[in-house]
Structure formats: structure tokens, C-alpha cells
Ligand binder design. Structure first.
Ligand code: NG6
Ligand code: CA
Length: 527
């Protein structure tokens, strides 16, 4: 796709529907080369940040970013868990059409394949330096369970358009508990060769299940009872690692330091940094300087640590005098969860804090709490600060960036990504006509205008493995008027059969859709 000025006229036509945009403003939208930083939080809910209304925690650095940018109030991750959500953002393809995009094990093979076009490829094609730092969770290595962790790993995010990578293969609660830098275990310790299995333990190695006395840092509340690293038991088995093993209390420092180093190295030319924090995923084990600083225990302290990371990034940009020409997008991969498997007192100390804000459900859920996420876009040089209720989806990242950069997405790549740059930029207050959301059991929902629709499915009403979360599942079609009541309570599907039909047809069409879209024309719904 080329988003030339001519194309922009056609976007303008769409925007006229939402309100006229002055020609001069349209010109500003495209042909720009700001530095771009995506700050992807993990499991931070719509209600977890001060600027989204909570009084339970102070997040001054995120507040400042929101004050200087646009705070979106109707922005959606594509999925209610990490792997499919991140897959969608980086590739512009819905995960429900791609195999193996559910929550990945630490030894999953790389899910995005090198021949796929990613957001990093796009930036690189425009001469940007590119980096992925922090939580990855999209697999690494050519094939699942075949990795040799003691040698350079063929097939890493460095094959997906990222020049520099410093990543956790999956999550902090999954082995291997090491950072991987450019496809090689960082701080590799030859005296402690690494072995990983998600099938069986290695002879003689302790586990959380058999050796709870070794869990000196955190104990599981459900699951997470396999290999022990740093006094915390995890999902999966590993052996070795030695000096390379991370200490959970240093993960945020380590991710932040590598991000700051990358920014400093590339301060003189455009860069794209995909910065994924480990906060506030479990095990929540922030550095001691954040301990006890919130009133909500480790979960709250991890939010403070996240806010600190944001402050480190923004202060460094300022110090280097590149803050005004840096576009920052701060968001989260999915909705929040309170107890996600460790006895960290998150439930006991929650008080009246509402991690999902006014929405029903949470991480994993088909209700809005599953995918409604904080979303802040800041670019001091170009974007006027404000608030937007435009309907936004992560799926449009790649096409919207292509518009901004005047870049090209090859045919048949990023098939579900539309150019929504005018909405992300704050010019268009409407955004998409509809957005799709995928829950943990692959139920697809639609948000459009005042509506929220959840397709009928066979899943049970509550998550079964531990977290106390309503799934939003029902054997009946569910339709809510979310403008009237953000909390999805009153199913009015029977009163609106035409709307239900339009949404179920849309979902069917999108499940079967192939081929390249016209980036500037999202199919309109007759509702
Ligand atoms: C679940 C884990 C949970 C978390 C989640 C993925 C158990 C009992 N629960 O299976 O702790 O890791 O997967 O979270 O194992 S995500 O944010 O990376 O999608
Ligand atoms: Ca997550």
C-alpha cells in the first residue's frame, strides 16, 4: 500500500462523514518520520491507571504522557490474552485465522514466520533502526521444543525486521527464565547448559509441587508448580542457566536499561522501539524500591514500576532533545487479572480498585474487560493533546503507520489492517465502524456504534482454572447497548434480530476473509 496524498483525499472523504478536516491538517498527517515507541504493558487494565480514573494508585509519568497526547477511551486489543493480541499488532492479521496463536509456551517455535511482513519490516523499509525489547511471547526457533538454548537460535525476531532484540521468550512465569539477545542467551553461562521441556522434569531437579520449602520468594495459588527459579516456581521445566537466569526483581531495570541504551545509540536517526514490559504480569515481584509503595501490594507496586519505566523513557527522550519528534503509543496487550496464579495478595489488597474500570469481565473474557485497554498516543511536535472516543483497534497499527510513513505493505500481507491514522492522530473522532475481539476460548465479539455483540458458544460462564473471571460465554447470542450501560448486563439480542444477523455475518465473513484489503475502506455495516 502507498498512502500518497492522493489516497489521503479518499480518507478525507471518510473523515467528512465524521467532520471536516482542514486540508492543511491532512497534509500534516503523512510523510513524517518520527521516532516511534510502542510501550506495550502486560495485563494492565483500563481501570489500572490514574489518568483512566482510578484513585487507588498514582501513575504520574503515564498521566503526563496522557496530558501531552491523546487519551483514547474506546481502544481495543484484538485478543484477551497475550500471544494472539501481540500477533495481531505486529502482523495486521487476525489470530483466529492463524494456527498456534494461543498463549505460547516458552519453547514454542516462532509463530510469525520470516516470510511474513511485520510492523518492524515496514519501519526498516523506511530506513529506521528497529528493536524489540522485553516480553516477546511469540515463539522463537524454527520448531517447537527443538531449540538448542546453548547456541545461536535460528529463527528469532531478528528475522522479522528487528535489528536488535533483547527478549524474554514467553512470560516471566514460563521457562526458560533467561533473556535472549539477538538470538543468543544473554550472559550465557557455559558452566550451566540450559535444557527446557514442557513435557517432563529433568532428573533430580526440584519443582514447586514437590519442594514447596524452596519457594522463598512467591508461592503459586494455582498452576505454576513446575521448575523453581529465584525461589518462584513456574510453568514448564528447565535445567541450568546459572548466571544467565533472571532475578525477577531486576527484570524491569534490565528491560528499561536495554531500551534506554537503544534510544541513546539511535538518537540521531529514526528508530522504532517495540518495548514490552513484563509488568504487571505474574509473578509480580518488583524491585524493592517499589515494595510497599502502593496500597495494593505487589500488583499495585508493579504498576508503580511500570510507571517508572515510562518516566525513564520520556525523561531520556527529553534529555536527548528528541522528545518532541517521538511518537509514543502506550497500551496493554489484554485486560487485567487479579489472581493469575501466585499468592501475591492481589485479591486481598485490592480494596475498591476496579482494574477493568467500568467494564464487565477481565483478561480472558469476551466481555469488554478482556480487550478494552488503555491507549495513549503522544507526539508533541504534531499531535494536539486531548481525549478521543474513536473506536480504535491494535489491528490497524501497521496500516496506520504505513500511512504516516508513506510506506508500502506488500500484497496479501497484513490482510486485516486498515489505515486509521487520522483517528490515531486525533483528527477523526469516529474511528472504525466496527472492531473484533477474541476471547480466551476464541469466541469473537464485535463492538460497533452503541453495540456490543458476543457470538454464541459452548464455553462455561467462569474461567475454570483459577482466576475468578466471568467469561462472557453463552449459548445464546448476546447483544448489549454499551452506550447506555458500559457493564454488559441486559441482553437485548431478541429485540434486534437484524443487528444480530449483521454482526454474525460480519464475523463469518471475517473468519473466512482472504486477500488484501483496500486499506482505506473498512467494510461498512448496515446497522
Ligand atoms: C495462563 C497462566 C497465567 C498466565 C496466562 C498467560 C496458569 C495457571 N495460568 O495459563 O498465569 O501466564 O496463561 O498470560 O498457568 S498472558 O498475558 O501472557 O496471555
Ligand atoms: Ca498479557
Amino acid at each position: 500500500m502507498t498512502c500518497t496524498y492522493k489516497h489521503f483525499i479518499s480518507i478525507g472523504a471518510l473523515c467528512i462523514y465524521a467532520g471536516n478536516i482542514p486540508l492543511s491538517a491532512k497534509r500534516h498527517l503523512t510523510n513524517a518520520m518520527p521516532n516511534v515507541i510502542v510501550i506495550m504493558a502486560d495485563d494492565i487494565g483500563y481501570g489500572d491507571l490514574e489518568c483512566y480514573g482510578t484513585k487507588s494508585i498514582k501513575t504520574p509519568n503515564v498521566n503526563k504522557l496522557a496530558r501531552n497526547g491523546i487519551r483514547f477511551t474506546n481502544a481495543h486489543a484484538v485478543a484477551a490474552t497475550s500471544t494472539p493480541s501481540r500477533y495481531a499488532l505486529l502482523t495486521g492479521e487476525y489470530p483466529f485465522r492463524k494456527k498456534n496463536t494461543d498463549v505460547a509456551a516458552g519453547n514454542a517455535g516462532m509463530i510469525i514466520r520470516p516470510e511474513q511482513f511485520t510492523a518492524a519490516d515496514l519501519f526498516r523499509s523506511k530506513g529506521y533502526a528497529t528493536a524489540a525489547i522485553g516480553k516477546w511471547h511469540l515463539g522463537i526457533g524454527d520448531q517447537t521444543a527443538q531449540q538448542d538454548w546453548n547456541a545461536p537460535i535460528p529463527c528469532s525476531p531478528n528475522d522479522l525486521g528487528f535489528d536488535y532484540t533483547y527478549i524474554m521468550a514467553a512470560t516471566a512465569d514460563r521457562v526458560p527464565c533467561v533473556f535472549i539477545e539477538n538470538g543468543i542467551v544473554a550472559n550465557y553461562d557455559a558452566s550451566a547448559p540450559i535444557e527446557v521441556s514442557y513435557q517432563k522434569n529433568f532428573p533430580g531437579e526440584p519443582t514447586g509441587k514437590n519442594n514447596p520449602e524452596l519457594l522463598y520468594n512467591l508461592k503459586p495459588s494455582h498452576g505454576h508448580d513446575m521448575s523453581i527459579v529465584n525461589g518462584i516456581s513456574r510453568i514448564g521445566y528447565m535445567k541450568g542457566g546459572g548466571q544467565a537466569l533472571w532475578k525477577d526483581e531486576n527484570i524491569a531495570d534490565s528491560i528499561t536499561k536495554h531500551a534506554l541504551d537503544f534510544i541513546e545509540r539511535h538518537q540521531d536517526s529514526p528508530f522504532f522501539l517495540y518495548l514490552c514490559t513484563n509488568d504487571i504480569h505474574v509473578p509480580r515481584f518488583p524491585h524493592k524500591r517499589f515494595r510497599g509503595k502502593s496500597k495494593m501490594g505487589l500488583r499495585g507496586d508493579a504498576i508503580l514500576q511500570f510507571d517508572w519505566t515510562v518516566g525513564q523513557i520520556t525523561e531520556t527522550l527529553k534529555k536527548l532533545k528528541i522528545d518532541s519528534n517521538t511518537l509514543i503509543i502506550l497500551t496493554s496487550d489484554n485486560g487485567p487479572v487479579v489472581d493469575d496464579g501466585y499468592a501475591d495478595q492481589a485479591e486481598e489488597l485490592l480494596g475498591d480498585h476496579k482494574p477493568s474500570g467500568p467494564f464487565r469481565g477481565a483478561k480472558y473474557s469476551a466481555f469488554e474487560g478482556g480487550t478494552m485497554v488503555p491507549f495513549i498516543v503522544s507526539w508533541p511536535e504534531r499531535i494536539h493533546p486531548g481525549k478521543s472516543n474513536a473506536l480504535i483497534s491494535h489491528i490497524d497499527f501497521i496500516a496506520s503507520m504505513a500511512c504516516m510513513l508513506d510506506g508500502t505493505i506488500p500484497q496479501n500481507m497484513a490482510p486485516d489492517s486498515y489505515n486509521q491514522w487520522s483517528a490515531w492522530y486525533g483528527m477523526d473522532q469516529t474511528g472504525r465502524p466496527w472492531a473484533l475481539e477474541q476471547s480466551a476460548n476464541h469466541t469473537i465479539s464485535v463492538r460497533a456504534k452503541q453495540w456490543k455483540y458476543i457470538e454464541p458458544n459452548d464455553g462455561g460462564p467462569m474461567i475454570t482454572w483459577g482466576p475468578k473471571i466471568e467469561t462472557g460465554n453463552s449459548k445464546q447470542s448476546q447483544l448489549f447497548n454499551i452506550e447506555k450501560n458500559k457493564y454488559e448486563e441486559k441482553n437485548i439480542a431478541e429485540q434486534h434480530p437484524d443487528v444480530v444477523k449483521a454482526f454474525s455475518t460480519l464475523i463469518e465473513n471475517q473468519k473466512n476473509h482472504t486477500g488484501t484489503v483496500n486499506r482505506n475502506q473498512i467494510p461498512v455495516l448496515d446497522i
